[in-house]
Design a protein around this ligand. Sequence first.
Ligand code: KIV
Ligand code: ZN
Length: 523
Amino acid sequence: MAETDVAKTDKVIIFDTTLRDGEQSAGAGLTPDEKFRIARQLQKLGVDVIEAGFAASSPGDFEAVQRIAREIDGPVICSLARAVPGDIDAAWDAIKDAKRPRIHVFLSSSEIHMAHQMRKGAEDILGMAVDAVTRAASHCKDVEFSPMDATRTDPEYLYRVLEAVIDAGATTVNIPDTVGYSNPVEFGALIKSVFERVPNIHKATVSVHCHNDLGLAAANSLAAVENGARQVEGCINGLGERAGNASLEEVIMALETREDHYGTKSSINTEEIGPSSRLVADLFGFAIQPNKAIVGQNAFRHGSGIHQDAYLKERTTFEIMEPESVGWRGEAIVMGKLSGRAGLRSRLGDLGYELSDEELADLFPKYKGLADQKREVTDFDLQALMSEQHRFSETDQQYRFEGVKVEAGDMVTPSATVTVGLPNGESKTVTAQGTGPVDAVCKAVDQIVEPKCNLTEFAVASVTDGIDAIGEVTIRVEDADGHIYAGRGGDTDIIVASAKAYINAINRMGVLGPDQTNITFTE
Ligand code: KIV
Ligand code: ZN
């Protein structure tokens, strides 16, 4: 049995790649601080492996991987690397202080990728794979190898590659369905054949990494588990390149709910699924569709009268999981105008936020302001308030929203007067006109800030039901080089939320901008 750093048990190892493949989602981009916050939540969730990033891809990613490796204890911390010496050494540099480091090397193995992406023959690729794994194993005893586009690779060649990399020191071999091409029957059979045809396969853990181009990523991952795979890779909320990766929460809860069928499960703290999902949605700026399995707002709501009637008589008539088991807290009314600091601190503690005295002192007036505006303050409102608080402390060092006044409607030319705090501590107020109030707000902000950008996406969602709900605005802007940055803002007034979101996007552009790279394999 291989000496991997993840104990080789019969449980399913959960490998989270939200911070790597998830960050490859078009329009995504996290600051090192945001990545760290997600890693801390993944630690609470109890994932076995955190793929913290791709250290060689940019200085910012290196920094994020290194900080996670140094400060997050428990999970294996992994960095991705192309099969080239510079990447492998950078990955090792970034993770070497982790208690349990892993290097994950990938290299294309399908004919179509070898011919067009790599422009190399099969024997050269095999040699590169062995050299890369040998180098990674000289640094680190835990090495994962991924033959990219495995499901479109000639199976005989795939078996040869897997055997060779295991001999070279790979302790996990990952079978990626890189383009989401496979289906459960075919993918299950491929995994079965890997066990039958790779002579030294018992020395490694077999992993799978499925993309969701045909909506089959979770089903394919589960078919692989049925056929012996014991590591599943995926992302929270199904984020990832193109249509995303397998939704980890779906795979985890399928194993949990149908252990009778799969005969195995993960060791995830499932109550942390909800908080993890909300944090990832918030920091990535990708809202969760209401009917999304496990974590969507409607996942545990019963609409039909017939269902409601039966559910009230016996919950299991229409519920296969307990909502609380995935951290679903419903819309419990928790706080009001009269609640004090201790009540606020205690409720936030229940929601997973530990506040210092200074943080509480800073937050309390904002909470009171909200409680004055709203009839009732729910858990979701509190979470929105905390998101707002973090946004300002982490990325809004540059420009600060200070105030906005608009004139709008179809009887005037919409205009906005916006006051923004500048990096030098001063404030500036500008009035501008636009096609509507949000356009006017953005035009006014544009006259204050540097660098300039284009607004490409604007979406409003309400955090809770009701006319007095907090509105969460997500804005995406594009810089002169075509890079996209998300910004979020929340307020009971959506014009205020829009101004905050736009300024947040501009600040994030300032933090992330110089760090964006677009590396290819042949560099
Ligand atoms: O989809 C893929 O093949 C990947 C590899 C790097 C594992 O993300
Ligand atoms: Zn992938």
